[in-house]
Design a protein around this ligand. Structure first.
Ligand code: FEO
Ligand code: CA
Ligand code: CA
Ligand code: CA
Length: 586
């Protein structure tokens, strides 16, 4: 029986039903419109999107990339220093591509095909302007617009930059990299830069034979000789590890970008570790140190924390720009509490060369090696294996930190992933959201308390078991696979899903992927939005007045957004506004 709950004072909208329609569904009083879709022209000379798949690689490099994901909005400042509420830069990730839609012949066959896929990856940065009410448009050909893709120039910085393992025949310095790929989620810093996080970079690398794949890459990062999804390695030697074995070491980083300076070189910040990064949640601790929480999204991987060496200096953004250069990386260990269900204590274990067994006897010869081999280091210190850590977000009102653990079919099935207090369900196909509170509210502290904010589940199919989900989950708000996550300034928690949308069996009644809103104080969860057929809902940012919500619709498979005969489904950024012009969710 669900616990009686006080009605939420944070949420003013009426929850919507699950839906399997090929449409965006919102509560009464809300409407949606499209800001930008895959292939829309961004840079001067870009042609319009060709629904037959006929755009070339060169065209795509001037257009919005594919599969929109994490994004952040940065308002311009007026001459008097105040925020310009009508003008901003939007930085958006383009995570990956779907060859069946991208290419006329449906699969990668030529170097030109690979070049097109490469051009559709990375980051798109566009100027956006408020047009009327709370609607915005992106500005075609703005001098601020920029595309970063798999062949753009990046710099490696921090302790691992220049290490032998970072050098290639084309880059003897070990500091200059071409490209950012599989840009999943994001972060933004208080000093006005954008963070884009490289996730499943392994999928772009391959080799003619298994022996050619370096053992470390194979064991910890999943690089396989027979890679067959993107086939870049077959047409671009940089992605063939038999020819360029160190190239994968130059991916899997958090990348810092100045969204206002098209001439700036984005920086891969090696101090934050090399994993399959999901997002980077940045906060300034009460003592001024900058703390970044990060998930590594793979079954049985871990949650990380970076603490900057230097302190944030208000108003000195040029100095703040080096804060992610130098600091200490930690990985989380979660323990069960004394008799408390779904709660306990945890500690952060330092990943510093020479400490905690990160020594030459165990294969680590420098801090650079600890960072390049972050996953190996986390295993060495016995970090807790988690159910795929996706987004992390802190509540701006009380500093509590939330992380989605999306699902894990291996939990309780593989020897290295036994059930544990924080990941309590075998073959977890619904996911949970874990929450922690730093000791004394100090995010640099080594210890914390945690609990499970919610367990997703299906109370209709699994009444009376853990698979029914937490008390807050009922037949009207159930969902699976929480992934995107973000607080607004009032403390509403927005939960975006990327799960099984079959609406059948264990997932009956859940419908398409969706967005829910949580009130962490009351515990109540309401369904706010449902996405179109086949899509994942991912990527979330707001205008600074919180009256326009920007949300990403990734990999739709029906007619969305153009619904045109013979047309292609296109990943798109949607704007959600209120008919009465009010704050979203309130
Ligand atoms: Fe790109 Fe883990 O989502
Ligand atoms: Ca995700
Ligand atoms: Ca996911
Ligand atoms: Ca995705």
């Amino acid at each position: 029986v669900a616990a009686a709950m006080e009605p939420s004072r944070l949420m003013g909208f009426k929850a919507i039903k699950a839906s399997t329609d090929d449409a965006i569904v919102l509560p009464a009083g809300y409407r949606s419109s499209i800001l930008m879709s895959w292939g829309d022209p961004v840079l001067p000379g870009a042609p319009e999107f060709d629904h037959t798949g006929g755009n070339s690689a060169a065209d795509q490099a001037l257009q919005f990339g594919d599969n929109t994901d994490g994004m952040s909005l940065f308002h311009f400042r007026k001459a008097d220093g105040s925020l310009d509420m009508d003008r901003a830069m939007l930085a958006v990730n383009n995570e990956y591509t779907n060859g069946e839609h991208m290419l006329q012949h449906g699969e990668v066959k030529t170097a030109e095909d690979v070049a097109k896929l490469q051009a559709a990856h990375g980051v798109t940065i566009v100027e956006v302007c408020r047009t009327s009410g709370n609607a915005w448009e992106y500005v075609k050909n703005s001098a601020y617009n920029r595309r970063l893709h798999a062949n753009s120039e990046f710099m490696l910085t921090g302790p691992a930059a220049g290490h032998e393992l970072m050098k290639t025949a084309a880059d003897s310095s070990g500091t200059k990299v071409l490209g950012t790929i599989n840009n999943c989620a994001n972060g933004r810093t208080p000093w006005g830069t954008y963070l884009t996080c490289e996730e499943n970079f392994n999928g772009y690398f391959g080799a003619p034979s298994d022996e050619a794949v370096p053992a470390q890459q194979k064991q910890y990062y999943g690089i396989k000789a027979a890679e067959d999804r993107y086939r870049w390695w077959q047409h671009d030697a940089r992605f063939d590890v038999s020819q360029t074995p160190n190239e994968p070491n130059r991916f899997g980083w958090v990348v810092e970008i100045d969204p206002f300076d098209t001439a700036s070189t984005p920086m891969k910040r090696t101090a934050l570790g090399r994993v399959k990064h999901e997002n980077a949640d940045v906060l300034v601790n009460k003592d001024g140190h900058v703390v970044v929480y990060m998930g590594d999204d793979e079954r049985g991987e871990h949650i990380y924390k970076f603490v900057s060496k230097n302190k944030y200096a208000e108003g000195q953004d040029a100095v703040n720009r080096s804060l992610l250069e130098d600091g200490t990386l930690f990985v989380a260990q979660f323990a069960g509490g004394d008799g408390k269900e779904h709660a306990g204590t945890g500690r952060w274990i330092e990943l510093t060369f020479g400490k905690n067994g990160l020594t030459p006897e165990n294969g680590f010869n420098s801090q650079a090696e600890v960072l390049i081999h972050t996953r190996q280091a986390a295993k060495q210190v016995e970090a807790t294996t988690m159910d795929r850590p996706e987004w992390i977000s802190h509540n701006p009102n009380n500093g509590q930190v939330f992380c989605t653990l999306t699902n894990n079919k291996n939990r309780g099935k593989k020897d290295d992933q036994p059930l544990n207090a924080a990941n309590p369900r075998a073959e977890n196909h619904y996911g949970q959201i874990i929450r922690w509170e730093a000791k004394d509210g100090d995010h640099t502290a080594d210890t914390f308390d945690w609990d499970l904010y919610l367990l997703a589940g299906n109370p209709r199919v699994h009444e009376g078991s853990l698979y029914a989900g937490s008390d807050a989950i009922n037949a009207d708000n159930m969902f699976n696979s929480p992934d995107g996550l973000g607080f607004d300034s009032d403390g509403r928690l927005w939960i975006l899903t990327d799960g099984d949308d079959s609406n059948a069996g264990d997932f009956a009644g859940m419908g398409n992927n969706q967005m829910l809103c949580g009130d962490p104080a009351s515990g109540e969860i309401r369904r706010f939005m449902v996405g179109p057929v086949g899509a994942e809902v991912t990527g979330l940012t707001f205008s600074d007045d919180y009256k326009t919500m920007f949300v990403g619709i990734q990999h739709p498979t029906g007619g969305f957004p153009d619904y045109r005969d013979g047309g292609k489904p296109r990943s798109s950024i949607v704007m959600v506004t209120r008919e009465d012009g009010g704050v979203i969710g309130a």
